[in-house]
Design a protein around this ligand. Structure first.
Ligand SMILES: [Zn+2]
Length: 357
């Protein structure tokens, strides 16, 4: 992998990917041990992990938990002192179930996160095409601005849902601006504004816009997507469905391919995630394990480098997933996850106006 636009890590052998990612983990470990106040005392000496294999790194490096982050002296302690002046973006969970966890990004790490995401929507980049993207996600939360940037990066025009409007007005906004991509939660949150809400609004108004004649793709971020809902979208003849998964702390970690919107490929990008059991062994195909995610790759002058903002490193997201490590029909060899079950922090995310980010 030369830079974050290079997708070779998604089609190479597992061994090649693990070797590459091991090096990235070790570099980020060294950086965190030496520079990040939060990690300096909790990480073992570098010598203890320097020669470990990919698999063994997941047994040797202690996992970070949400409560450990909340109890930190300050969210700034997750950032190396020299990097605080470079921070440009601040996101946080809403804090309804406890102190909010902050997530900061430098311009460099934010770009890295977006560049890796653009690799997951190749079908929308094949030709020069007009992409007008309704974005129904909360603009005060990470997902709203992140998806705007992703579509902007491939030449699209994001049209964010105006603040505080009803679903009737949002529907008008979509038809008026002739949006041809909908970025939107699948099911209702307590903030409204889901695809289901828009479809019932359309039915009430007697409209006929949300279908394959006008909409090229639906992009969402949802652990709620079920076979029934996916079928409902397919019945509207909308050709492309993307589902993504991530958290405020580490950004997007998995995105579906066109083979199956219910199953998502782990994404080698700014963040890399793995699925492990209680002892830190990699979970084999067909079994359920816990998701551990680390910010490990950023980019400077077209070269891969260490991340330089909030150091979520071997962070236990708080979700269990079913893993499939077999190659996919789409050609990617990255592990796939499905049946995501959130067992902590869900209230924070729903309050934030978004189920999974
Ligand atoms: Zn696939």
């Amino acid at each position: 992998m030369k830079n974050l636009l290079d997708n070779s890590l998604e089609s190479c052998t597992t061994k090649e990917r693990e070797n590459f990612i091991s090096k990235r983990i070790k570099q980020q470990f060294d950086y965190n041990k030496n520079k990040t106040p939060f990690h300096t005392n909790r990480l073992p000496e570098y010598g203890k992990i320097a020669n470990l294999s990919y698999e063994d790194l997941f047994k040797a490096i202690p996992y970070m938990t949400k409560s450990e982050v909340r109890n930190a002296e300050s969210p700034m302690s997750l950032v190396a002192n020299d990097d605080i002046a470079n921070l440009r973006y601040s996101y946080s969970s809403s804090g309804t179930t406890g102190k909010p966890a902050y997530s900061f990004f430098s311009e460099q790490d934010n770009d890295a996160s977006i560049i890796s995401l653009t690799r997951t929507i190749p079908e929308l980049q094949s030709n020069k095409q007009e992409l007008t993207v309704y974005n129904g996600y909360n603009q005060a939360h990470i997902s709203g601005p992140l998806f705007n940037s992703m579509f902007r990066h491939i030449g699209g025009l994001p049209v964010p849902r105006r603040f505080g409007i009803s679903d009737e007005v949002a529907y008008e906004q979509i038809t008026e601006t002739k949006c041809n991509i909908l970025t939107i939660p699948w099911t209702s949150t307590n903030k409204g504004g889901s695809l289901e809400d828009l479809l019932s609004t359309e039915a009430k108004l007697g409209g006929n816009y949300i279908n394959g004649d006008n909409i090229k793709a639906i992009y969402c971020s949802s652990i709620e997507l079920s076979e029934d809902l996916a079928e409902e979208i397919q019945d509207l003849d909308i050709p492309l469905i993307y589902n993504s998964y991530g958290t405020t702390e580490v950004s997007i970690v998995a995105v579906s391919c066109q083979s199956n919107p219910l199953s998502m490929h782990l994404l080698p990008g700014m963040t890399w995630a793995e699925v492990v059991d209680a002892q830190g062994n990699l979970t084999p195909s067909g079994e359920v394990g816990r998701v551990i995610a680390s910010r490990i790759m950023s980019q400077r002058n077209d070269e891969i480098t260490t991340c330089n903002s909030s150091q979520y490193f071997f962070y236990e997201i708080g979700d269990e997933v079913l893993v499939d490590r077999s190659p996919c029909q789409c050609g990617r060899t990255t592990p796939r996850i499905s049946q995501i079950r959130r067992f902590s922090g869900i209230n924070d995310n729903i309050e934030g106006g978004c189920q999974t980010l």
